[in-house]
Design a binder for this molecule. Structure first.
Ligand code: FES
Ligand code: FES
Length: 161
């Protein structure tokens, strides 16, 4: 039986009908066509589906959609600024070759976003710990860590979105 939930999605108030067995990832991709979050494993193991719920990084592939009710959801699409200006993390991943195939990138960036909100100047170890749940099969992680480090040092990051 369908239920109605309301929540904030990338800054916009949403009220929508859902099936209670849906996951947040299904809602984002199939109802709202927000395809940045990816389904890799579908089991909470790879981090490709990471989005923020009330500022916390969650694996949306196993996050029950009913738990979104009344919460604030931020996806990679919500990081763009006015005129589609890239968020400092997005820009840094481009500048530092933190993206290869790109499949892990939205999840990596959302985990990094949660980290920098709590810890604006993380050490390399802290960065590696924060993205420990995000698997990348391409980069070897060095460029990803560099991207996050440089974003944390960027002046523009002080006006955290
Ligand atoms: S798809 Fe969600 S953790 Fe892998
Ligand atoms: S860039 Fe391909 S999985 Fe990370």
């Amino acid at each position: 039986m369908k239920r109605t939930i309301s929540f904030v999605l990338n800054g916009e108030k949403i009220e929508t009908e859902v099936e209670p067995h849906w996951t947040l990832l299904y809602l984002l991709r199939e109802r709202f066509e927000l395809t940045g979050a990816k389904e890799g494993c579908g089991m909470g193991e790879c981090g490709a589906c990471t989005v923020l719920v009330d500022g916390n990084a969650v694996t949306s592939c196993i996050f029950p959609v009913m738990e979104v009710d009344g919460k604030d959801v931020l996806t990679i699409e919500g990081l763009l600024g006015e005129g589609n200006e890239l968020h400092p993390l997005q820009q840094s991943f481009l500048d530092n070759a933190g993206v290869q195939c790109g499949f892990c990138t939205p999840g990596m960036i959302m985990s990094a976003k949660a980290l920098l909100a709590e810890n604006p100047r993380p050490t390399e170890d802290e960065i590696r710990y924060a993205i420990a749940g995000n698997i990348c099969r391409c980069t070897g992680y060095a460029q990803i860590v560099k991207s996050i480090k440089e974003a944390s040092e960027a002046k523009s990051n002080k006006q955290e979105k």
